[in-house]
Design a protein around this ligand. Sequence first.
Ligand code: ADP
Ligand code: MG
Length: 270
Amino acid sequence: MSTFSAFDTDLQAPATLTAVDISCWFGDHKVLEKVNLTMEAGKVTALIGPSGCGKSTFLRTLNRMHELVPSAALAGEVRLNEDDIYDDGIKITDVRRQVGMVFQKPNPFPAMSIRDNVLSGLTLTGRKISGSGADDLVEETLAKSGLWTEVKDRLRNAGGSLSGGQQQRLCIARSLAVRPSVLLMDEPCSALDPTSTRRIEQTIQELSTEVTIVIVTHNMQQAQRVSDDCAFFLAEAGTPGGIVEAGPTELMFSVPQDPRTLDYVHGRFG
Ligand code: ADP
Ligand code: MG
């Protein structure tokens, strides 16, 4: 495990995220109970489980988005390498830069150019970049997100002119441009057709050496194709959600420890 601080901006490498006893509430409704999970640096961890079991809520605790919900409360720790992202000494803007997020529905700025969409995260984090540096960054991140060859001749066109799958890869490029050490993805393919989905899956696999990836997916084939490790979440009748088990994806899908995991990955419920 890497031990350097991910907040040292000179170092850019995938970081390990460790959730320690994470519990979450919306008002007095407890939706997650003491979740513990290590998401290893440079790997893809898939979060699976039926709707409503708290996967998205858990994902939002990993970059401090959970606290944006007015009634939301949280207990526990999230470590990015050695640092607790909830520590008073750590700035929330630094957390969001280190731990990027890609959502279910692609959300580029539709009227903004493809190029400016890629660079928009830098502007928002108040960082400046020179003309040729910006060109290089646009090419590099669009190449990593698998979009460069499709858009290199029309970088000034609007982000909204792209197809859904291309827009999602543009959002991935935008996230990469601020050089995060972790990328969170909440069902990033659920609004896409199968071809675009496979393209994004390929991108995810290529990116995992650059950035730690945590992906929520309802698609069991996708979890098997893209993830190294898997965590199975479940909220049983009237109880808060939690992890039933977690481990290497291959084992989770073949010889899981818990019969509920086997039933779920074989599509018997949820
Ligand atoms: P999943 O992503 O696994 O489908 P969620 O994390 O979205 O599950 O939801 C977990 C639980 O938290 C659900 O009971 C859901 O109704 C509740 N919940 C999620 N978001 C909110 C919110 N903004 N306000 C109140 N309850 C919420
Ligand atoms: Mg969800």
